[in-house]
Design a protein around this ligand. Sequence first.
Ligand SMILES: Cc1ncc(COP(=O)(O)O)c(C=O)c1O
Length: 458
Amino acid sequence: MENQQKDLKQLDANTILHPSTNANEFAKTGSRIMQSGHGISLQDTDGNSLIDAVAGLWCVNVGYGRRELADAMHAAASNMGYYHTFTGMSNVPQIELAERLLELAPKAMSKVLFASGGSDGNDTLMKIVWYYHNLIGKPQKRKIISRWQAYHGTSIATASLTGLPSFHKDFNLPIDGVIHTESPDYFRHAKSNESEHAFSVRRANELEALILRHGADTIGAFIAEPVMGAGGVITPPDGYFTEIQKVTQKYDILFIADEVVCGYGRLGAWFGSDVYGIKPDMITTAKALTSGYFPFSASFITEKIWDVIKQGSAKYGSFAHGYTYSGHPIGAAVAMANLDIIEKEGLVEQSADVGAYFHQQLTERFKQDGFVGQVRGQGMLAAVQLMQDSDSKTFFDSSIKIAPQVTAQCYKNGLIARPLPSVDSVAFSPPLIANKDDVNTIIDRFEDSVRAVMKHHV
Ligand SMILES: Cc1ncc(COP(=O)(O)O)c(C=O)c1O
């Protein structure tokens, strides 16, 4: 058995280019191979049993090993397996799913296009921004404003939207026409004595200045995650989206809400847009739509955009966009079964309730500790800001790589937490099925781990 495992790890190292992995360090440590999962727990091939406090990549909201999803997959695969949705072809699961999602989504949404993941969902909406402005006779309105610290994917276009420099360097990105405005990270970027609201107004003024510098007639859209995920679990400061939307509306700039992490209950509501009063023209969702069991995304548009797409078909004959796997009947069936679980088990409400408890307990547990600068997040999305000394607001030297050290220790203690090295933070987004006892265990294991590491650093 042990030999077999060594062989697997060796084989992995010899054959796989791992996403978001340090190629040199990985060669030394080898992979961690996940073998099975049930509920909020996973087992790896080294015999470790782990609570996954991240839900995979913030997506396994109904937990691991759900029979209902396996059954839905099995039924859809046995029934047909696959057929495409080009040239007006359709299938029953995608029709039922579209109707259900449009009931749940913010009211203004009118049509949905399915694909396979968050990147292609955002790619779709970027193309629609260009198509829309060309068709309404404003072809120069093509630049898209994203924010530093944002994460919107890794395709050529969406890695450009992503506002983390490591996704650009030596990839010849960002592409022309994608620009970034300052991040909403109040904790890092507020001036001393600046209120959250004053900071939000400043960010909106900076956005307006950027728009005017480029010329408002060149800006097509603004894209934002309601809560930034991979960039730091950054919640919008007080009044942020109200102030930002005053600017986007003033200059006729489309608003894309990237709800790939926030959508379907993560924040304690069905959509993050509803939590923060965002009135988007388009929305991307993925991840939790199928709890990660099938690669699937849904991009929503309003009637205003749909009307212009129809003008495009009058001109060109068809809307020439889509993917082989758009509206995949297995994915749609899994999404339906997943939504059944979310509704039947009240997971959106549970996320609000358990999430509030999680934040309160995390805050309480570390309130005397100088190495925690902030606990932030919303619902079942949280991050702990690690610091050399929170009183003097001294950050760790980046060479210490404090967040990966803490999460490596967490793993040894049976907990998967996610390091966010760019902001020295540790993120949590447990499956929404986690209850208050689970949260207590997560915090206990995290506390043991972080204290063990901090002994050497503060
Ligand atoms: C907010 C957000 N948008 C888009 C994406 C990209 O999704 P995918 O990896 O499915 O392409 C992610 C992935 O983590 C994300 O967090």
